[in-house]
Design a protein around this ligand. Structure first.
Ligand code: AMP
Ligand code: MG
Length: 429
């Protein structure tokens, strides 16, 4: 499914709008951080040689000849027997090679007029409490590579180094469609044979949690024409359409045929549990003349700019299957479209399974588990079943914070067996 997926075109966004976006080019810094030597403490800039051996009982008295606050250039130079009061972030005045924190002096803490003299009550080594220019990053260094997501700390790094605008990938748009005669929108009465459409809600939320834009196409009845029409709506507006339900072998399962009508069905059925009847396909759409995409238009990756390829996912309708197959198949493709270098972006933790588990061999199983640290176990982690493992058991899904992976060839695991658990960020604590 990942084969041939090309990241979406790029656009320039301001730093303030870049949260969650994926960098489309590496960013190097032209400035060093800190840009100049500065003080890590409120205190006094001194010559370390002047204060050697200073102590509480035998303080060294220095004449205070000035002050430097953050944002101000130093005016005085520190000469033998003198000190300059400094505030955190202030440039180091010439002549000084150490900072004595105010706590190690007789000067009052907090707001106070500049004293004439200060008693230094503790010695300071050369360089003490000085943040050296370039100690964080050096001019010319690579800050971030292409394909990383912009998180709050990364935005801080880019802001500190003066990057006001960034080249990022366009956000993927994902259309979400529910299928099923039984489905009733949340908030409406169920009637005699209805169930609430929970997949539209969870899928839209998973799309957003993956950093993409969700378009809710609502519910289609189990009728070929209706599903085809809704798919066409999605294909026209989105980069990907994710449908749920109607992909199995039931008499009313029309989604696969509908994929064939709007595009191509490339694959059906995967050897996973839950989620076996997953369908995957694509549709090729002719784009109107002119720039295809946003102000920059050119995606610069060699794709034919006059067509767009819309990926089609048909996920099985059982809510747990829908969730798990999104996680396993849709999310990585979505992340690749969004430009992520790392398609899965999930951590695997090796943990001990608390309960035994049996299944038939031939399919890889993904158990809904609670992963918790456990110092009494050799692995340091235990994974216990979050509840019933049926693909309709939403309560266990809501309880889970991980998916324990049981390989296809395995048919039984004893209690205490080691399993890899995929950690779900969105799983609650
Ligand atoms: P299907 O994949 O259409 O055979 O559906 C399998 C099961 O999932 C059935 O019990 C459906 O009622 C249920 N289901 C299908 N779609 C949804 C949905 N959008 N929300 C909640 N349950 C659903
Ligand atoms: Mg159905």
């Amino acid at each position: 499914m990942l084969a041939g997926v090309i990241p979406l075109p790029t656009e320039r966004v301001s730093l303030g709008r870049a949260l969650g976006r994926v960098l489309a080019e590496p960013v190097d810094t032209r400035v060093s951080l800190p840009p100049w030597d500065n003080s890590a403490m409120d205190g006094f800039a001194v010559r370390s040689g002047d204060v050697t051996g200073a102590s509480m009982s035998e303080p060294t008295i220095l004449e205070v000849i000035g002050e430097v606050a953050a944002g101000h250039a130093p005016e005085a130079s520190v000469r033998e027997g003198t000190a300059v009061r400094v505030l955190t972030g202030a440039l180091i005045p010439p002549g000084a090679d150490a900072i004595v924190p105010v706590e190690d002096t007789d000067a009052p803490r907090g707001m106070a007029t500049l004293p004439d003299r200060v008693a230094i009550q503790r010695g300071a080594a050369t360089g003490a409490h000085i943040r050296v220019a370039g100690g964080d990053v050096r001019a010319g260094e690579r800050l971030l590579g292409a394909g990383v997501r912009l998180t709050p700390p990364r935005l801080a790094l880019l802001a500190a180094t003066g990057h006001a605008e960034l080249l990022v990938h366009r956000l993927p748009r994902v259309a979400v469609l529910a299928t099923g005669d039984e489905l009733v929108p949340v908030g409406e009465p169920l009637g005699a044979a209805g169930i609430h459409d929970s997949n539209s809600v969870s899928l839209c939320a998973q799309v957003r949690a993956a950093g993409a834009e969700a378009i809710d196409l609502g519910i289609a009845r189990d009728r070929f024409e209706e599903v085809v029409a809704r798919l066409r709506d999605g294909i026209a507006t989105a980069d990907m359409v994710v449908a749920s339900g109607g992909v199995s072998v039931g008499a009313h399962d029309v989604v696969r045929d509908a994929f064939g009508a709007v595009g191509t069905l490339d694959l059906w059925r995967v050897a996973v549990q839950p989620g076996k009847p997953l369908a995957f396909g694509h549709a090729e759409v002719q784009l109107p003349e002119g720039p295809a995409d946003g102000p920059e238009g050119d995606d610069g990756n060699g794709a034919d700019p006059s067509t767009k390829r819309v990926l089609l996912f048909g996920l099985p309708g059982n809510p747990v299957s829908t969730f798990v197959t999104f996680e396993l198949f849709v999310r990585p493709v979505l992340r690749r479209l969004a430009g992520h270098a790392d398609a899965t972006g999930r951590m695997l933790i090796r943990a001990e399974l608390v309960e035994p588990f049996t299944k038939s061999a031939g399919r890889r199983a993904f158990l809904r588990v609670r992963l918790e640290p456990d110092p009494d176990r050799a692995s340091g982690w235990r994974a216990s079943m979050a509840g019933g493992q049926g693909s309709h058991v939403i309560s266990a899904l809501a309880e889970a914070n991980g998916l324990a992976i049981v390989p296809e060839e395995v048919d039984a695991l004893p209690a205490g067996a080691l399993v890899d658990v995929m950690v779900l960020d969105e799983g609650g604590n």
